[in-house]
Design a protein around this ligand. Structure first.
Ligand code: PLP
Length: 353
């Protein structure tokens, strides 16, 4: 091996869900929203002055941070925006997790956390969820270098109440606690109401799921000013212009259209509950989801078999070949029509096994 090869950073990358390019398929594998973004966002895109693309965007991303600050009732100095919440979370790991003690997150959760921890050489430990996939808060009552809780959790879909988050915060006054709320708009209670009471709380959300903008790449974090300033210092030491002109304009327009946003979330919640009932009639059991997906297991047929059979019918769901969850499917909530097709195909698969 040559010297330079020895010095290459070897990492095990995150594996995103498949993005198949065929058009006649039902895509329920990456928790995208089946409804289009707000018509106001589409309008903002059409009205964009293309000459602006010559210029660097505002490094402070003021139009978007201000819109978010007004919407959530915080100061704009309390808002950090990034290229999807993955960018925001990665930046938060880099900014806050510099202790020699391990950071803590559950064994079953968003599978990007251990990737960032490895990339940034942050030690970590993963307390196991209980047999009902619930987080035991007592596991987070020990010296640590930080805590990351996804609420609602992924891929289980289970949401913990705000009192649970407060318990984690009270056990961790000396640690930064990140609450990843990628799915909070589908029925959970956000910890944003706590950011002015706990100086160690950072709440991260995204436009990718509830705002139908996975392709636009917008995420944000809200916390106290000191945390946001620290994140901005790290970001400006890396790349000052992460937010392009287009995302700034389109993101702001989306935030201003609350009626459309709420209607989309309401529809997805309704479809989720209906789909859950129908899946249960087919012999599935599902966790209680507060997200835009269901986490389902069948009493007779292995999840991997169902996953492959659905794929053969051009229906993509997510299957994780991992201990404890390898008999579950994570099924994104699509439109009512897409879910009807899914249920029809599942019926076929089940009678033929
Ligand atoms: C989807 C998701 C993200 C990342 O979303 P972005 O598209 O990068 O905003 C982060 N955390 C969880 C738990 C997610 O499910």
């Amino acid at each position: 091996m040559k010297k330079f090869q020895e010095y290459i950073r070897r990492v095990e990358p995150y594996t995103p869900g498949e993005q198949p390019q065929a058009s006649n398929l039902i895509k329920l594998n990456t928790n995208e929203n089946p409804y289009p973004p707000s018509p106001k966002a589409v309008e903002a895109l059409k009205e964009m002055d293309m000459d602006r693309l010559r210029l660097y965007p505002d490094p402070q991303a003021t139009v978007l941070t201000s819109a978010l600050a007004d919407y959530y009732g915080v100061d704009k100095e309390q808002v950090f925006v990034g290229v999807g919440s993955d960018d925001v979370l990665g930046m938060a790991f880099l900014t806050f997790f510099n202790s020699d003690l391990p950071i803590l997150f559950p064994d079953i959760t968003y599978s990007f956390y251990d990737v960032w921890a490895n990339l940034y050489r942050i030690p970590f430990a993963c307390p196991a969820l209980d047999e009902n996939f619930r987080i035991n808060p007592e596991d987070y009552k020990r010296p640590n270098g930080g805590v990351v809780i996804t609420n609602p959790n992924a891929p289980t879909g289970i949401c913990e109440p705000l009192s649970f988050i407060e318990k984690i915060l009270s056990y961790n006054e000396d640690s930064l606690v990140i609450v990843d709320e990628a799915y909070i708009d589908f029925g959970g209670e956000s910890a944003l109401s706590l950011v002015n009471r706990y100086d160690n709380l950072l709440v991260v959300q995204t436009f990718s799921k509830s705002r139908s903008m996975a392709g636009m790449r917008i995420g944000f974090a809200i916390g106290n000013k000191e945390l946001i300033r620290a994140m901005n210092d790290v970001k400006f030491s890396y790349n000052s212009y992460t937010m392009n002109q287009t995302s700034l304009a389109v993101g702001k327009a989306s935030i201003l259209d609350n009626a459309y946003f709420e209607e989309c979330c309401r529809k997805i919640i309704h479809t989720r509950e209906h789909t859950k009932e129908e899946l249960e009639k087919l012999g599935f059991s599902c966790t209680d989801s507060a997200t835009n997906f269901l986490f389902a297991t069948h009493r007779d047929i292995p999840a991997e078999t169902i996953f492959e059979a659905l794929k053969a019918k051009n229906i993509f769901v997510r299957y994780f070949k991992k201990p404890r969850i390898d008999n579950y499917l994570r099924i994104t909530i699509g439109t009512d029509e897409e879910m009807e097709v899914l249920l029809r195909e599942l019926k076929q698969i089940i009678v033929h096994k």
